[in-house]
Design a protein around this ligand. Structure first.
Ligand code: URA
Length: 247
């Protein structure tokens, strides 16, 4: 791809701005040699204002979404895109969140410009497990794990029952839940169905991938090892049997 188009697609600026940047000598190779609009050079060797370029198409990143931030490109803020470099919002193809977290939910959110990966992670048949931790307004009754694991619970205004989900009780009002699908407000609606209310909700893991100390509001690019983790099992402690486990 021509350098001008590459830089514009990565969101560094419009083609006109990138033509100016090239004329002004802001784009070099890794040896400091200025590049021109037709330069044919490996992505990894290009420097913009002395910095390596953002990854090419196929970028995947994780964000520790804080509560109170909306998963959307537009609307009343703050938005998850406000936590990322502004050029990411100008990339073509666009960077989209992999599914959504409610405004009040915190935790692991993936964003990518890789349409095939997005589909693989969000398609109804993908079944990549997502692990949530919920703090509840009332004590658990004791029958929730069996009900959630039964595959027979149909939520209000849904037509089909939920896929079996695994509940791990951490305390009287604290639980972890592994879902294999992603319905609207699913965790909150599941606890509402058993007469409870979710006071706070945090996504701990997607597949085997966890935040691992990433601070709220921070993000990092994911590499091939992280991608492999995505398709691994969630962290130990939650069985696939739906049995309630007490620590
Ligand atoms: N379930 C919810 O209720 N909210 C989320 O943000 C994610 C899952």
């Amino acid at each position: 791809m021509k350098l001008l188009r590459l830089l514009a697609n990565l969101g560094y600026g419009s083609r006109r701005e990138m033509a100016q940047a090239l004329r002004a000598g802001r784009v070099h190779d890794d040896q400091g040699v200025p590049l021109h609009p037709d330069s044919d050079i490996a992505h990894s060797r290009i420097r913009f204002d002395g910095q390596p370029l953002d990854p090419p198409q196929g970028m995947l990143l994780m964000l520790h979404k804080p509560g109170g931030v909306t998963c959307s490109h537009a609307g009343p803020g703050p938005l998850v895109h406000d936590l990322l470099p502004p050029r990411f919002a100008r990339r073509r193809p666009p960077v989209a969140s992999v599914g959504r977290l409610d405004r009040d939910t915190s935790g692991l959110l993936l964003l990518t410009d890789d349409g095939a990966l997005l589909h693989r992670l969000t398609a109804p048949r993908s079944h990549v497990p997502k692990l949530y931790e919920a703090v509840l307004a009332q004590d658990l009754r004791g029958d929730e794990a069996a009900l959630f694991a039964s595959g027979s619970l149909t939520l209000k205004s849904d037509e089909t029952p939920l896929a079996p989900a695994q509940l791990q009780v951490l305390g009287p009002r604290r639980a972890r839940l592994v879902l294999h699908e992603g319905r609207y407000h699913q965790v909150r609606r599941m606890f509402a169905a058993v007469g409870n209310h979710v006071e706070s909700l945090h996504r701990v893991a997607i597949g085997g991938l966890q935040l691992d100390g990433l601070e709220p509001g921070a993000w990092r690019l994911l590499d091939d090892a992280d991608r492999a983790q995505l398709f691994a099992e969630p962290p130990a402690g939650t069985t696939a049997t739906g049995r309630t486990m007490r620590p």
